[in-house]
Design a protein. Structure first.
Length: 231
């Protein structure tokens, strides 16, 4: 999931600006429309040319539809940029849209970091076994959640990967009178992650992996009072 070149400030001014959601909803909708229309039109044309083409015509039509979708996505990402961004300043961490603040927390007050990961859902652009990696900064009920996609090898190299907890999808509750303190602690962590995952799904910011690393590294450097360190 590629992104356009992001504008980031120099480390000296302790500020960061990263464009997020470059494959935004408009581009995804356009991609679906392009695939369906391209496949249908290709099928009609090829069926008239190769009358007895059968399944081969259908297969070729799908390939053409995919090719047109890829070309469309590439062009749209270049000429229809996202207006959403994560901004980090000395006195604020923000998600903005068209320079209007959507979410805001004060990094000089208490901030809770939640980090989690789970296997990415099946998607044509995401290899099997890759992870959705996510984090949320929580402050008095406000969540600034961001995420990316990583291979298992890349995941272990991420900053603070050892602090990331695997998100277990909620299963039907079963009574267990012998649950240990460790089990209860793990259940509490999962409930906390479940809430953060909701905010990621509804309001989260998607970053390219290199930008996700940059964001976490920046927070570690400039807010060590509440950000854990790799050591």
């Amino acid at each position: 999931m590629e992104t356009i070149q992001n504008q980031t400030s120099t480390p000296a001014d302790n500020q960061l600006h990263i464009t997020v959601d470059t494959e935004h909803g408009g581009i995804r909708a356009a991609g679906c429309f392009t695939f369906m229309l391209g496949t249908i039109i290709s099928f009609v044309i090829l069926q008239n040319i190769f009358v007895n083409g059968g399944l081969l015509v259908g297969f070729a039509s799908v390939l053409i539809g995919l090719g047109l979708t890829y070309f469309s996505d590439t062009m749209l990402k270049r000429y229809w940029p996202s207006t959403r961004a994560i901004q980090v300043k000395d006195d604020a961490i923000l998600i903005t849209n068209n320079n209007k603040i959507e979410l805001h927390i004060d990094p000089n007050q208490t901030v809770n970091l939640i980090m989690w990961h789970f296997e990415a859902p099946k998607h044509p652009r995401v290899p099997k076994g890759w992870y959705v990696i996510a984090n949320a900064l929580e402050q008095e009920g406000t969540f600034i959640a961001s995420y990316s996609i990583a291979s298992p090898d890349d995941f272990v190299k991420l900053p603070l990967s050892k602090h990331s907890i695997k998100f277990e999808r909620k299963k039907k509750d079963k009574k267990d009178n012998n649950s240990s303190t460790r089990d209860l602690r793990a259940a509490g962590q999962q409930r906390r992650i479940e809430e953060a995952e909701f905010h990621r799904g509804e309001f989260g910011a998607e970053l390219k992996l290199v930008d996700y690393n940059l964001y976490i590294d920046h927070l570690m450097i400039h807010f060590p009072t509440w950000m854990p360190q790799n050591a």
